[in-house]
Design a protein. Structure first.
Lengths: 331, 511
């Protein structure tokens, strides 16, 4: 018995809290609903989680450098609105060039969303504004712009093909959003672990002064983190727009909390310098899994928001317990 | 002293998972004596004072306090008995005033409200009794390091004090502040308080110590009188003789690498300084805290903004360049504070060592890292420095102070460097590592023919290692000494602006 506990402790130290949370969640929801542990439902979970996965990976870059980005939700909204509006306008102007208008829409939306990241990056790296104030301010700017551009109403008029391909399409049986997310996971994994820039994110978050003395352009590194974060949120916004078939100004409101939650549950340090991409993907999947499970178990949607908040806090508490375990094991 | 001791420790052992931090250590403290604890880093000094201060419990052994067996349950308990420790890391809250800090945790109340007048009066009395020129309502944030230490000490004196523990109290004090501290210690002594004093500095032992207990590897070596000769003490502490610590260095000065002309910083920490460094020599910069000796290197490396300067490095003007650009040209600055500026504590030793060199072809091609090559290179470097433990995947924060310093040195060896600037390279490092660091610096100079700029507050280091010395005071260079001129007296003379007057004072405190 004591040996089992010992191995559990060791596993907790090595793997963190996430695998345990995943197991517990799967066990609970399998009991609560027969439909939960089916192949179709799990693909469903993966597809629904793609948006959060993308945003969380972006958020991770900001967290790694020791900051965070509260404007990710707005980036989704602004991307959606600008992308949908320009796509609809292009489509109306040239009804025959469907692909061209889709391309224009994606470019415009992506650029608009990424711009928020660029402004965040400039404020935080060059002007030394704290990430909290900068991204909070930009969240308001972005949301206001999105509402102003649409007057608060959804944007229609995109070509049907956009939704058909990027929202509901499949490649070799794999839903397109999942495929795109997988590609982006691979690219980001490569950047983080196999390029200098990736290493610099960890270095700047680990000790920005030491990084500077080691000849690293810390400002450029910080800037890149927020641009990448904006870019990822913009991808999520474009994919979500395809799924909804409309441009919406009021999507993404829960993204800042949920993306930070996914990262923290995955063991990304809020002080910067620590975190692994693969864990963040699982962190986002975990949140998607819990939401899906609660839907199947017919838990009221307002209560679900409560559960997500509680989970976030529990994860942090569990991680603190883990750190204490690490300390006692060392003695 | 034939009365029964104030504090008596017998056979104290403290184990951390099989490793004995303290192994059967004896220690006695009389009232009215300054008892110095002496030993290398990791010898067990900190564990011993933590046990006395109630922060750590011993696994076995006996503590007798004023003749009675004592079981301390917490720091709070120890404080109640009059045992107080002033650690290197202060426990002050900058936002609070002096008196609020003094009474933190034991605030006096009346009807559930803070009794500010009573606390103010008591704080004033405590400060007056200690002879501290501090206003009780001053804000802690604006106090100097020495003044903050006064507040810490005043905190210890809040209640009746029998044992005062001082953990390297002079580490960051100027000479003047140190002098004040010593007169305070003497004052406290006269009030029959027993003082346990940890220091690495020989001259402090001479000045205020009565007895010395030497620890090595957690074991009790001996308790001796304070007038025991230096080399005897060093031998007991390290098991080595003193001349084995500093290597002999052959200097072959060649062409000039660095030339600084009329450097002044915007914050006035350096005023109109000019120095030059050649290949194959070790140039020292000596001076007291605040003399600008560290700032001259930092501004040269692009870390402190400068007003006007002509800085040429290998014939190229570099005064407008960023640290990155300067590093790329072959100058490497190794900072004094490992935790603050040196290392990423939560990242592995490997990532720390490789960090400055990631742009070089042996560590990356284009933007892609060569992770295999990195691993091999880092293994090689850590073997050169005999890093312990040798696992370079461990977080830097898990290594001991000396080994963290080795990681710092391995860092600067990861790429081609022409000029090494060491800023206090042996702060908080044990003698074993110290010897290794000195050998490393010698090899840099002798074998690689590199230029070395050594900034140090440790006079023996300057005396034994350097070929040329600049002495600084108040931001200006007050002297340049070469080979035979480099003796203690010459350097000390230039530590102060009004040389003669202050020197006599300094020597007075020395004896």
């Amino acid at each position: 018995m004591s040996k089992t506990i010992y191995f559990l402790k060791l596993a907790l130290i090595r793997l963190g809290v996430l695998p345990f949370l995943l197991l517990i969640a799967v066990a609970i929801f399998t009991v609560l609903s027969d439909n939960f542990l089916t192949g179709r439902n799990l693909v469903n979970v993966a597809r629904q989680s793609t948006y959060l996965t993308l945003v969380s990976m972006g958020q991770m870059f900001a967290l790694l450098t020791g900051g965070f980005d509260l404007s990710v939700g707005t980036i989704l909204a602004l991307t959606s609105v600008v992308g949908a509006t320009s796509m609809a306008m292009a489509y109306a102007a040239m009804p025959d060039s469907v692909m061209l208008s889709i391309f224009i829409g994606i470019l415009a939306g992506g650029a608009a969303g990424t711009m928020i990241g660029v402004v965040n990056g400039i404020g935080i790296s060059l002007l030394n504004v704290s990430p909290f104030m900068m991204s909070l301010g930009m969240a308001s700017v972005g949301f206001g712009l999105a509402l102003y551009l649409t007057g608060g109403t959804p944007v229609y008029g995109m070509p049907i093909e956009y939704g058909d391909i990027f929202g509901f399409g499949t490649i070799y049986g794999l839903p397109v959003p999942i495929a795109i997310t997988l590609v982006l996971i691979v690219i980001l994994y490569f950047i983080l672990n196999w390029t200098r820039l990736g290493r610099y994110f960890y270095a700047v978050g680990g000790n920005i002064k030491a990084a500077r003395l080691s000849g690293i352009n810390t400002k450029l590194t910080l800037f890149s983190a927020y641009v990448l974060c904006g870019l990822m949120a913009a991808f999520a916004g474009l994919l979500m727009t395809a799924r909804l078939d409309t441009g919406e100004a009021n999507i993404g409101a829960t993204m800042p909390l949920e993306s930070i939650a996914a990262c923290v549950i995955a063991g990304v340090s809020l002080r910067g310098g620590i975190g692994r991409l693969e864990n963040v993907v699982f962190g986002a999947l975990f949140i998607g899994l819990v939401q899906n499970g609660m839907n199947l178990a017919r838990i009221e949607s307002y209560l679900q928001i409560v559960v997500i908040g509680v989970l976030l806090i529990l994860a942090v508490v569990a991680d603190q317990l883990r750190l204490r375990l690490v300390a006692t094991m060392r003695n | 002293m034939n009365e029964s001791p104030l504090l008596e420790l017998k056979g104290i052992t403290r184990e951390y998972s099989g490793y004995k931090a303290l192994d059967n250590v004896d220690f006695t403290l009389h009232s009215g004596e300054v008892h110095v604890l002496f030993g290398e880093n990791g010898a067990g000094k900190s564990t011993l004072i933590s046990i006395i201060a109630g922060a750590v419990k011993a696994n076995s052994g006996q503590i007798r306090f004023k003749g009675q067996t004592l079981k301390l349950s917490s720091v709070h308990h120890a404080r109640k008995l009059g045992i107080s420790a002033v650690f290197q890391e202060f426990s002050l809250i900058p936002e609070l005033t002096v008196e609020e800090n003094i009474f933190l945790g034991v605030e006096e109340t009346r009807y559930g409200c803070l009794n500010r007048t009573a606390m103010h009066d008591r704080a004033t009395r405590v400060l007056a009794r200690l002879g501290f020129q501090l206003r009780p309502d001053a804000s802690t944030a604006f106090l100097s390091r020495a003044e903050q230490q006064m507040v810490e000490i005043a905190k210890a004196f809040r209640d009746d004090l029998s044992i005062l523990i001082l953990d390297e109290p002079t580490a960051s004090l100027t000479e003047r502040e140190t002098k004040d501290l010593f007169s305070l210690v003497n004052h406290v002594k006269s009030q029959h308080v027993g003082i346990i004093y940890i220091t690495h500095r020989m001259n402090e032992i001479r000045q205020i110590g009565d007895r010395i207990t030497i620890l090595r590897d957690g074991k009790f070596i001996d308790t001796v009188k304070a007038n025991t000769p230096d080399n005897e003490l060093v031998r007991m502490m390290t098991g080595k003789a003193i001349d084995q610590i500093f290597p002999a260095i052959r200097f072959k000065p060649e062409k000039e690498v660095l030339k600084i002309r009329n450097l002044s910083t915007t914050d006035k920490s350096v005023i109109d300084a000019s120095i030059n460094v050649r290949r194959g020599e070790i140039v020292g910069i000596a001076g007291l805290v605040g003399s600008g000796k560290s700032e001259i290197a930092r501004s040269c490396f692009g870390l402190i903004p400068k007003i006007a300067a002509e800085i040429t490095f290998n014939g190229e003007e570099i005064s407008q360049l960023s640290p990155k650009e300067i590093l790329d040209r072959g100058m490497f600055y190794i900072p004094a504070d490992r935790r603050e500026e040196g290392l990423m504590m939560m990242r592995s030793a490997r990532e720390n060592i490789a960090l400055p060199a990631l742009t070089t072809p042996s560590f990356s091609s284009g933007i892609v890292l060569k992770r295999m090559a990195e691993q091999i290179q880092v293994k090689k470097l850590s073997a050169i420095f005999n890093l312990q433990p040798s696992n370079t995947e461990l977080d830097a924060g898990l290594f001991s102070g000396g080994n963290q310093q080795k990681i710092m040195l391995a860092k600067c060896q990861s790429r081609q460097v022409d000029l090494f600037i060491f800023d206090e390279p042996t702060v908080g490092v044990d003698v074993g590592t110290r010897t290794a660091i000195y050998k490393f610096i010698r090899d840099l100079c002798e074998q690689s023919g590199a230029a070395v700029l050594l900034i140090s507050s440790d006079l023996p280091e300057i005396l034994h290692l350097t070929h040329r010395v600049y002495v600084m005071c108040g931001g200006s260079i007050t002297a340049e000494l070469e080979s035979d001129e480099i003796v203690e007296k010459n350097i000390l003379k230039h530590f102060f602006r009004d040389g003669s007057f202050m020197l006599t004072n300094y020597e007075h405190t020395l004896n």
